[in-house]
Design a binder for this molecule. Structure first.
Ligand SMILES: *Cc1c(COP(=O)(O)O)cnc(C)c1O
Length: 431
């Protein structure tokens, strides 16, 4: 412990600090830590149901509970009031994996549709996402074997607050179809990483349906907010998509790693990813009554991640989890109010959740480049103090600071003192 304190801790970036406002928070809780610790001690590798029955059942149960919290349609659930459904979920490590496995299922479906023998039509499959989509989507497409020339990144702008415009999507998909390509997969994001833009899930699903393309919703961060009725409308239309993923390790008090992937037809995923070697054959699998989670993920071995998520929901319950989201949003609103009240600054895009995108605005003889430079210096000077940590993005060609509220130990006073520090630091560079 002494070595840890002297040699490791000083070299860490302190994600758990209440003065951490960078990226998105990794939220945590006593229940999640306990769940993780117990799961580590048990150290199961529940690839099949038989390899760890209760671990599989608990993961399935936790996913169904979370689906209920999110008011996802029962078509995404493992079990419904009428028995076993056709949908299902799995807990993965990252959103990137959720994209990769659904891309593979979608490309199999598209190859099948286009009458391809083997993968001969693979070079004709095309995928779509807004230019604000997380970069890992483009990486997942490469991993899944899509031709980079057929990966469409559709430009967005301030007129849609950087959300994907469904009519632009239609234009691009139609042009591809006319050129003999097979529109295969559309990724819609609810709460982009850069600025928390929201793509219109229902309208995008309607466009994709015209081409039979798979629709995936990436709600890695903002999905957690949708457990509150006042944010749930961001998922409207989700009943028409094929899959959705969100990461409780970002904003739902569950320590890394925990990404929940839901698919409307679990067989479309498992048909693509299933393997049945002799050494894993067992009666439970043969019965067709159980879920073998190895068939919904990249690897075979898997940790008991369901326990920590189950413990978080069981310990805190709906009300406390909703309060946690609302308190972060209230702090972000307060920060947004501070920014708007100071005429040296601007809020660059409307705040949707607990992320505020702001900057020193151009004034007097400043050019846009000067303003960008002032913001870059502001961020560097703030971070150098060690008393707050912020990250940046570029939105509509402007260098923008991202203030992400929500680190687990954060209170109003931390937001207020970060704002005081921002004002002081700004005065230091503007005078
Ligand atoms: C964080 C984030 C990702 C990347 O997630 P990983 O789990 O690190 O792969 C993808 N999409 C969005 C919207 C995110 O916020």
């Amino acid at each position: 412990m002494k070595e840890l304190r002297t040699s490791v801790v000083p070299g860490m970036t302190h994600w758990a600090s209440p003065n951490f406002f960078a990226f998105f928070p990794c939220t945590n809780s006593a229940a999640a830590i306990a769940g993780n610790l117990i799961a580590s001690a048990m150290n199961t590798a529940g690839f099949t149901w038989q390899a760890s029955p209760a671990a599989t059942e608990m993961e399935v149960l936790a996913l169904d509970w979370l689906a209920q919290l999110l008011r996802l349609p029962t078509t995404f659930m493992n079990r419904t009031s009428t028995g076993r459904g056709t949908g299902g979920g799995v807990i993965l490590g990252t959103t990137s994996e959720a994209m990769l496995v659904t891309l593979v299922a979608a490309h199999d479906a598209a190859l099948h549709r286009s009458g391809s023998v083997g993968v001969s039509h693979l070079p004709r499959l095309a995928v779509y996402a807004a230019d604000q989509t997380h970069s890992t989507f483009f990486k997942a497409c490469r991993l899944a074997g899509f031709d980079p020339a057929n990966i469409r990144s559709i430009p967005t702008g301030p007129e849609t607050n950087y959300g994907l415009n469904p009519s632009k999507l239609l234009e691009v998909m139609q042009a591809d179809a006319d050129a003999g390509l097979v529109p295969t997969y559309v990724c819609a994001t609810v709460g982009t990483t850069s600025s928390n833009a929201v793509d219109l899930v229902g309208a995008i699903a309607d466009v994709a349906a015209m081409f039979n393309a798979w629709v995936h919703v990436d709600a890695a961060y903002a999905g957690s907010a949708c457990i509150c009725p006042e944010f749930r409308h961001h998922l409207d239309g989700v009943e028409h998509v094929d899959s959705i993923s969100m990461s409780p390790h970002k904003w739902l008090l569950t320590c890394l790693d925990c990404t929940c992937l839901y698919v409307r037809d679990a067989h479309r995923l498992s048909d693509s990813l299933e393997t049945n070697p002799e050494y894993l054959k067992n009666d439970a699998t043969e019965s067709g009554e159980v879920t073998d989670l190895k068939d919904m993920q990249v690897g075979v071995g898997r940790r008991f991640r369901g326990l920590k998520l189950w413990m978080v929901m069981h310990t805190y319950g709906t009300t406390k989890l909703q309060e946690h989201i609302r308190s972060d949003v209230a702090m972000a609103k307060m920060f947004e109010y501070f920014v708007r009240a100071d005429n040296r600054f601007e809020v660059v895009v409307p705040r949707n959740f607990a992320l505020v995108c702001f900057r020193i605005k151009r004034s007097g003889a400043m050019t846009e480049e000067d303003a960008d430079e002032a913001n870059r210096v502001l961020m560097e000077n703030l971070n150098k103090t060690g008393r707050a940590y912020l990250a940046h993005t570029v939105v509509g060609d402007k260098f923008v600071l991202r203030f992400a509220v929500g680190s687990s130990l954060q209170e109003e006073r931390h937001v207020t003192s970060a704002w005081d520090l921002i004002k002081k630091t700004t005065s230091g560079i503007m005078d």
